[in-house]
Design a protein around this ligand. Structure first.
Ligand code: ADP
Ligand code: ADP
Length: 226
């Protein structure tokens, strides 16, 4: 069974051309799926429909075998990593990572265990008492990922997470995200307009254009195309 099944997903804003037009994609368990395409092709809209931040006009969104069209974002048990990190500036690294567990009213001892494990994986253990303003861009990105992995979510969803970083850091973070994704084995959907990211990170790449799924292939298959 696929971890995420998108079946004939359509999104219309008003009565113009659909932003997402009959897109069907199965994301396998543990797979790293890329959604790539030019600005305005509908990739963020599709991602937001997976997360539940956008209503689906028609089609079925199935996560872990369950139809989630009418399920609120918090009940989908997914972790979204945003482009702008969305960290809380007044909270320490520790409390930023702990945040979803605090929301879930988890016991302090359990929170501590999970935060320490996540920060170890992300090499943040020496920065737990710092505030986001005192971190590098890469460290902030790792805190954002820490908050995502601390929750045992069913999948990670990334919306252009590296686009605010300089080229060098972007390369490092790309490697890091790839390593982490494989290490955790967690199903991932990653939106980017960057071809290099698409070709180096993805197990498969879904190429979108004007709301339509144009191709769904491995990076190798895309390279070898005439
Ligand atoms: P990005 O390039 O980061 O996707 P956009 O400028 O496309 O940024 O979108 C920024 C925000 O504006 C998004 O939340 C999107 O939903 C919203 N948005 C984009 N296009 C429109 C539109 N035509 N009408 C209303 N809101 C829009
Ligand atoms: P991408 O992420 O590929 O840049 P989007 O999913 O943001 O594309 O947008 C796809 C299309 O839907 C664009 O034409 C955009 O203007 C439109 N759109 C996105 N969000 C909104 C919105 N909230 N209201 C109206 N139109 C929107």
């Amino acid at each position: 069974m696929a971890a995420i099944e998108m079946k004939h997903i359509v999104k219309k804003y008003g009565d113009g051309f659909p932003a997402v037009n009959d897109v069907s994609i199965d994301v396998a368990d543990g797979e790293f799926m890329i959604l790539v395409g030019p600005s305005g092709c509908g990739k963020s809209t599709l991602l937001r429909m997976i997360v539940g931040l956008e209503d689906i006009t028609s089609g079925d969104m199935i996560i872990g075998g369950e139809r989630v069209n009418d399920l609120a974002p918090r009940d989908r048990n997914l972790s979204m990593v945003f482009q702008n990190y969305a960290l809380y500036p007044h909270l320490t690294v520790y409390e930023n990572i702990a945040f979803p567990l605090r929301l879930a009213k988890m016991k302090d001892s359990e929170v501590d265990e999970k935060v320490r494990a996540a920060s170890k994986t992300l090499d943040l253990d020496e920065h737990l008492q710092r505030k986001p303003a005192n971190l590098s861009g890469g460290q902030r990105q790792r805190v954002a990922m820490g908050r995502a992995i601390v929750r045992d979510a069913r999948a990670f969803l990334f919306d252009e997470p590296l686009s605010n970083l300089d080229a060098k850091l972007r390369g490092q973070m790309r490697t890091e995200i790839a390593r982490l994704q494989k290490q955790l084995g967690i199903t991932t959907v990653y939106v980017t307009h960057d071809q290099t990211e698409a070709m180096t990170l993805g197990d498969r790449v879904a190429v979108m254009k004007r709301g339509i799924l144009q191709q769904l292939a491995t990076p190798r298959e895309l390279y070898e195309q005439p």
